[in-house]
Design a binder for this molecule. Sequence first.
Ligand code: SF4
Ligand code: SF4
Length: 365
Amino acid sequence: MKYREYGSTGKKVSVIGFGGMRFGADEDYAADVVRHANSLGINYFDTAPFYCNDRSEIIMGKAFKKMPADFYVSTKSSINSDATADKVRWRIENSLERFGLDKINFFHMWCIMDLNQYERVMAPGGPYEGALKAKEEGLIEHLVFSTHCKGEDIRRIIEDKVFEGVLLGYNVINHNYRQEGVAAAHENKLGVVTMNPLGGGLIPQHGDYFSFLKQYENETVSQAALRFNAYQKGITVSLAGMGTIEEVNENVRTVENPIDFSVEKLKEIKERVGNGFNNLCTTCGYCLKCPKKIKISTYLEAYNLMLLDNEEAMHRHFNWFKEKGRLKETDTLPDECIACGVCEGLCTQKLPIIERLKEISQLMK
Ligand code: SF4
Ligand code: SF4
């Protein structure tokens, strides 16, 4: 296993991290999977309340009772469920009890979507205040944040110098739009953890389209996509969701080979992502200034599947978003678009968003 320094924390973490959002029903087996990963050198374990129907932290706690090697745990609190300092305190104590530990190594202010939400996280009596107090008391070691903001907004948060690391969605499709955030983290000596290396399943589901990522004969498209994150020096840990022993073995094998990409391969990737995928939404989030609060990038991310595959694949993706809580029943529907055009003016891919939302709305009926 390869290791990197996590920002200025003094901790050395494995370049592949264990994403605890893919456990199946058998909790004893799931705990074995966690321990197996640890025995192969993975020492960064990421979980959260609500993952796997709220069982992920509990499964991690089972595994932690008999871990074969040293490890770090990362978990989270969302302003959507824990809006006050007191609620965050309760959340931290609850996670610690589930883990059977006396401290959380990396605690995230979870899923900051934009600067407005960031202000609410930082407001007096709000989530950050509760987490900071817990840190001062030794219940948390490092206070970090996770985000789906665009690169410049991530920079803006980082430059406030209140966090020691950042977790962000990053993959070969959307990397151009998050690079600014990775660069800002690097300049400010923050750790960078990436999630979603497979583009929400888009990449392995379309192995033929993405086969250009592969550099080695025996490499799978998923391994190449994970390696694309892991090879970048600005990224400390690349999380991969792991639910089985086989998935752990495959991910560990990914970084046993040299992880660098050749100059020619990088040039090819740049050309393909820049030109070949012009029609795809990159989920960069630049368009998210919709007055109707339509989750444009979420709908268009699912529509990508329609372009790459078929309608059924798009519906499967919608269901996946619902399971993950990224689409809720209370969200504004695409047919509530008033065609103001704000999003199209901002879209980095110059996509016909209004037309697409109309089409999606028909297909959803
Ligand atoms: S055109 Fe529709 S989706 Fe785009 S910003 Fe306006 S209301 Fe929102
Ligand atoms: S619709 Fe355009 S601006 Fe919005 S997330 Fe997709 S690519 Fe980015």
